[in-house]
Design a protein around this ligand. Sequence first.
Ligand code: PMP
Length: 418
Amino acid sequence: MSALPARRDEPASGFAAEAVRAQFPILATRMRGRPLVYLDSAASAQKPRAVIDALARFYEHDYANIHRGVYELSQRASALHEEARREVARFLGSRDPREIVFVRNATEGVNLVAYAFLEPRLEPGDEILVTEMEHHANIVPWQLVAGRRGARVVPVPITDEGELRVEDVAERIGPRTRMLAVTWVSNVLGTITPVHAIAELARRRGVPLLVDAAQAAPHLPIDVRSLGADFLVFSGHKTYGPSGVGVLWGRAELLEAMPPWQGGGDMIERVSFAGTTFNTIPFRFEAGTPDIAGIHALGVALRWLRGLGLEAVRAHEEALVGYALERLPRVPGLRVLGSPRARAAVVAFTIDGLHPQDVGTLLDLDGIAIRTGHHCAMPLHERLGLPASARASMGVYTTLGEIDALAASLERIVARFR
Ligand code: PMP
């Protein structure tokens, strides 16, 4: 048994976790006869009542296709759609809602930049720099366009602690580097990378920078103006919004200069068989009917998250991850992956003598949901010399008691099966 007392109901760092938690209906679910302990927020976050209600309300009262109808309902839906765009701009600190392109998810945002921005500029022998700890979403799209152009994707190594050093990035920027694509937060190690310093470096060396903020957006305040990157992507479903909607932010002058990447309705100015002209940004990149209700609900989710205060969210999650890093290593044979100085609310681990898959399955019997596998970061696992790991990831609703529940369950598993 742990020497630390069970603290299931105690909020971390004065943040009203239980009050926040009460807003998430799914967290009242029982799993296998026990309270659900949801520790897979890095894969997808659960949704607060405000978001669930916004979706239902939109379909009940405001739904019609956007940007097309002259009738009032369509105009109302269109106004709400553009309000969501302004809300995303506020969330990211952009002054210009034209810089916000709605996509399906972070993955689609990276693909859009790879095909519409980078591919036309790529020559054989060119290089795209990523890091060893990228999610596949920030590797494979670059490999696809590199393959079409005879270019290559080059990984920047990380340290044994799981950190990304600016000097290692600087060292690998060469005359053929055409793009730098870096995650802000690792979805496995939780490492918070020095994106501000990397952006400054990229600017100095004249290399366009895409920041993958899929794991940053739910946890850290973002201000694209002070960040100084060129593109940034994130997914709605990890930021307490619906699945199926995501965001690409790009500097207006770069978006303006980019050709369209998918053709269809809404992205055109005028179509004829003699030739077609295209709409202004961001609509040029938004072909076809989007997830209209989902985008509205994403705006609601981001407003809700801003309402909690991202500084307060960060403090809450720092307390959680600090506690997890103190408590989990007391489980016999448990090894936490990485020891970065700055870590978001993600802790990946292995347990000697137990396969992560089995650990996940056994935890599930206690109603505890964690992620096991390579977490879409196979090159990182290769770097770590591991085929797979287990990962507990936290969110605004996570309590210290849930970390205790995880640790206690792991201790029972170790005692019984190892
Ligand atoms: N980047 C990172 C760091 C991620 O963690 C994820 C999701 N696990 C993605 C990109 C891709 O997100 P999505 O599947 O929502 O496109």
